[in-house]
Design a protein around this ligand. Structure first.
Ligand code: SF4
Length: 315
């Protein structure tokens, strides 16, 4: 039987050592309890260790990033002639060729293979490291799949960055499901509608630029090209973490739906919670929980559809 091409939970690639697999060069691991025990309920992890996948054993000689003029290569620390840069790049390409597409990737910070930001780059002699590089596997992953949400495990310990990653992965997963099912113009309209407040929070101007693409969906000669342009702009809009002020603005728009339906003291409480969040006195989850509370009592289809209010992002 052919495997389904999409799954219920987003499938997220992850550096295997973060799940506790003993794949590090010294035979150890870097198990991350939060990823294993909490985020594992949201995502289906797809573990991979690029270094073992390219045939480096366990244990193995350590590797690092080394600069040779303009080029940065991944080489063995004790034998820089042993260069695994190309093998790691090939492994990144292979890891993207899954039957069920990945909706994101969580990478081990600081690794010369998996690190996403600020990995140590040594000079030609292997000394004077500067935190300016990206692991060989992670760099190729980012190049080949520019829309794929990527994060290091430490970013996911921060609530704002975690919410941001979950939203992006859920949205990308939804897009992949629609694409797999054969997306129609009305699916694009529905997708755009469900992400209205997330987009507004991240970039109001980009939200306005996406609108015309959606309105042309039914009339476009090439819907595929239009939808590709849409998701490229959507994912780039969602790339940066929104500021508290941007979120507060989106929350106020959503609160406006209840201006006639809830009591004055509830409106005040909601407004104060949004303001307290903006001033970093409350987490975002608090005004969102209040909005969900009012939504249960005063259903609003448009708000109920919003990924912004999905409790999954607030675990
Ligand atoms: S950081 Fe990446 S390459 Fe290193 S052990 Fe973990 S999964 Fe393997």
């Amino acid at each position: 039987m052919t495997a389904p091409a999409t799954s219920a939970r987003p499938r997220i690639g992850i550096s295997s050592c973060l799940l506790g697999r003993p794949v590090r060069h010294d035979g150890g691991h870097k198990r991350d309890a939060y990823l294993c025990e909490v985020l594992g309920s949201v995502f289906e992890w797809v573990p991979g260790c690029p270094e073992t996948a390219i045939g480096l054993g366990i244990p193995r000689k350590p590797i690092h990033l080394r600069r040779f003029g303009e080029r940065i290569r991944v080489v063995e620390v004790d034998d820089p002639a042993h260069d695994v840069t190309d093998a790691l790049a090939d492994e990144a390409a292979r890891s993207l060729q899954t039957v069920v597409p990945l909706a994101g990737y969580v990478l081990k910070q600081g690794s010369p293979s998996c690190g996403l930001h600020g990995v140590r780059v040594h000079d030609r002699e292997g000394t004077h490291p500067a935190r300016e590089g990206r692991g060989g596997f992670a760099a190729e992953l980012a190049r080949l799949a520019p829309l794929l949400p990527l994060a290091e495990e430490t970013q996911l310990h921060d609530p704002r960055q975690r919410q941001h990653f979950i939203w992006r992965a859920l949205a990308y997963h939804r897009w992949q499901q629609l694409a797999e099912d054969g997306m129609r113009p009305r699916d694009l309209v529905d997708f755009h509608t469900r992400h209205k407040y997330l987009l507004m929070a991240h970039d109001q101007e980009a939200y306005r630029r996406l609108g015309p693409l959606v309105s042309q969906a039914g009339n476009s000669g090439s819907f595929k090209e239009l939808s590709n342009n849409y998701i490229a702009l959507f994912m780039s809009t969602m790339r940066n973490v929104a500021s508290p002020g941007q979120h507060a603005n989106a929350l106020q728009h959503m609160a406006g739906y209840f201006s006639d339906s809830i009591e004055a003291h509830d409106r005040t409480e909601l407004g104060e919670a949004i303001e307290a969040y903006r001033l970093a006195q409350l987490p975002l989850a608090m005004p969102v929980a209040l909005l969900r509370h009012h939504l249960r009592r005063h259903p609003q289809t448009h708000l109920e559809q919003q990924l912004y209010l999905d409790p999954t992002a607030f675990i």
